[in-house]
Design a protein around this ligand. Structure first.
Ligand code: NZQ
Ligand code: ZN
Length: 378
């Protein structure tokens, strides 16, 4: 065990917390409020932001799309320059937050911001960022990662930098009242797979990480079991906190991590516009089957400590599939709009990004990806 752990994002959690952002933003700041397609106007979030920023100078930029593109976010760079913006407030889900993480770095960079995303340049400064979360799923509100799409080349890539941690994140479960089943199910599945990516690898010696990961997994299983109570605040606030804890960096610190499901999933979204969480539900169970020998000990541990299953790893994978199905998400690739080039598109996309070997030990080759996607079809 040998690591640095530093998560600098302040979290304000609970009903009615949106106003508390004012204590983190100096009155002298010139703020750009960034949001997506307008859901924040239907649930009172926009009005609360408007009220809280009464004494501030602020401007707005909207239209950030799910799976945010640099083509859209680059349009906001000019506003930042023209209006001399020195604080960006992201109001939305993972897409708005990720788009803003790109924006706060790209706006202070003379070159093409995609350089950060494809890894040719490291972020070394960024405008201050704050977040009001409206969709619990990605954990982006208090992590250092962002996933951006370049429409012109059909590329979707993740990048990270310590400069991208938001200064604060407001997690008010009342913002969730307008979420539909599709987004709630997506959020639960994304958080579940985030936890698995940092847990279902090979045994480690830490007495913290697995135990905490199992607590998060059990919480998400409980929410899937009480799916019919998803309109209740207790259900929603638990999803909000669980999804945050699943990807704020803690459970992955100092232990092996996988992320192959995510890398394959990002290709499916780039080519076929399938919701992020749905790509994970398709890929992960089959990946666990293809890698069942390599991951045997951790799948068995999850069976014992999360599901109470002893010595039956296939049953554990079936239980995982049931969770996704319970929240209305198909685990079959053929239930989504794809074409017969899907495997070639995904494997070529990975190859072009130098991702021909994935997983905690680099053992998931393109042949294995082909096997995973073939099994995932039906
Ligand atoms: O555009 P708006 O109006 O905001 O509507 C959104 C969007 O249509 C809507 N929505 C959000 N909050 C709502 C709401 N609708 C009603 N009421 C509310 N309170 O939901 C739709 C989807 O939003 P989006 O932000 O795209 O969803 P999510 O939070 O799942 O984010 C997905 C993106 O995050 C990336 C994914 O790849 C994808 O691009 N990820 C980011 C990660 C990170 N930065 O750490 C990790 C993840 O693994 C993931 O890859
Ligand atoms: Zn994810």
């Amino acid at each position: 065990m040998n690591f640095t752990y530093h998560n600098p994002t302040a979290i304000e959690f609970g009903e009615g917390k949106i106003y508390s952002m004012t204590k983190y933003i100096d009155k002298s700041k010139r703020i750009l409020v960034v949001y997506g397609g307008g859901s924040i106007k239907g649930n009172g979030v926009y009005d609360q932001v408007d009220g809280a920023l009464e004494d501030y100078t602020w401007f707005e930029f909207s239209g950030v799309e799910p799976n945010p593109t640099i083509e859209t976010m680059n349009k906001a760079i000019q506003i930042i320059k023209d209006k001399k913006i020195d604080f960006v407030l992201a109001v939305g889900g993972g897409s708005v937050i990720d788009g803003c993480k790109y924006l706060v770095a790209a706006a202070l960079y003379d070159g093409d911001g995609w350089d950060f995303v494809n890894g040719t340049k490291k972020v070394n400064k960024a405008i201050d960022l704050g977040v009001i979360l409206t969709l619990p799923a990605t954990g982006s509100e208090s992590n250092s990662g962002s996933v951006m799409t370049k429409k012109s080349t059909t590329e979707k890539r993740a990048f990270m930098s310590p400069y991208l941690y938001p200064k604060f994140a407001i997690l008010d479960p009342l913002t969730m009242i307008t979420l539909n089943d599709r987004q709630l199910g997506n959020g639960l599945v994304d958080a579940f797979v985030h936890t698995c990516e940092q847990y279902l690898t090979y045994p480690n010696t830490s007495l913290v990480n697995d135990g905490y990961a199992e607590t998060i997994l059990k919480g998400l299983v409980a929410l899937s079991d009480s799916w019919d109570r998803r309109d209740e605040t207790i259900w929603q606030e638990n999803l909000m906190w669980l999804a945050n804890q699943a990807l704020n960096g803690l459970i992955g610190t100092g232990v092996p991590q996988d992320w192959a499901t995510h890398m394959i999933g990002h290709e499916l979204t780039a080519f076929y516009d399938i919701d992020h969480a749905r790509t994970l539900a398709v890929v992960q169970p089959q990946l666990l089957r293809v890698m069942s020998k390599e991951k045997a000990e951790k799948i068995a541990l999850m069976g014992r400590n999360v599901f109470g299953i002893i010595d039956d790893n296939e049953k554990v994978i079936i239980e995982i599939e049931k969770i996704y199905q319970k929240v209305g998400i198909s685990t079959k690739l053929n239930d989504y709009k794809i074409d017969n080039k899907v495997i070639a598109n995904v494997t070529n996309g990975l190859k072009e990004k130098n991702m021909s070997t994935l997983g905690e030990k680099g053992e998931i080759t393109l042949e294995k990806v082909t096997d995973i996607l073939t099994k995932a079809m039906y």
